[in-house]
Ligand binder design. Sequence first.
Ligand code: BGC
Length: 349
Amino acid sequence: MRDMKKIFLLLFLLVFGAAVLAACAKEETEQNSEGEPEEKKLTIGMSFDSFVIERWQRDRDIFVQAAKEMGAEVNVQNANGEAEEQKKQIEYFIEKKVDVIVIVCIDSDGLTEPIKKAKEAGIPVVAYDRLINNADIDLYISFDNEMVGTLMAQSLIDNGVRGGRVIMLGGSPSDNNVSLVENAFEAVMKQNRVTIVDRMHCDGWRAELAADYIYSHREQVMDCDAIMCGNDNLASQVVNALAVQRLAGKRLVTGQDADLEACQRIVEGTQIMTVYKPVEKLARRAAECAVALAEGRKVQDSDTGSIDNGMKEVPYVRLEPVPVNRENLDEIIIDSGFHTKEEVYLNIK
Ligand code: BGC
């Protein structure tokens, strides 16, 4: 009898123990599916030159949103135009073990070392909008900058500058895009016997330097037909300075980015053209590519070519820029929703 009791007790303990274990296991699986996220999210480290220029805020917002839709999160850093700060940000991303680094570089020739470290840590690197030279980058994604220069030049020729005189006020000499735009611009000027009266670069894309130029070079300004400005922000300062001298609308001014104020100047007649770069396309495509690289996939499709950055042939996703002038502005800028009609025609009664 005593033995029977023992057996019952043992059986009871076994069954009870098994039930407790099963309950615990169930609780654990439930916790996994309800509690902590199943997998670690992909992290993208993105370093911007600065957000002074209108377009970069759009680039950031669309990139972050697109990445989010693909399940990745973006750690955005702003280097405020400081090349050294940008290097530190890359090092910080390496320490944080992000899955991919995306850079809008300040100094196209100055990132060889930090990128080498990123690659040693197994982190792919994307050059966003501006090529990074002599560095082991995995991808360059940008608008065709040579075409930007050609479009600016062609619009001057179409507006009667053949055989005339032009001043070139370019952007930062350490931005690789600047030489691409300018070389293409000058090629068209040469074909059309246009004289480059004078030229200057605005370090760090500082637009006040372009205004200073106009104030301090009256002779050259009086002597030219057109002023090629490297972007709309430079054009903005140039047109203000021309206005002070009662010359706004009397010199043809170019730009790029389709900033709102540039579009307003185009309809008001103080800027002849801008180059629209559909940033939405660039930012979305770049986010897709960054996620692909982070997941170890290659980025290669019909629109991927390659470009030599001094170290290697880099896969290059090239998007097309579009010239915008008084004739096509409504269609290109307003119909696409880039700016609204009310905003663009704000000062036109
Ligand atoms: C970009 C322009 C921009 C400029 C200043 C260039 O690299 O191509 O769109 O206006 O930088 O930020």
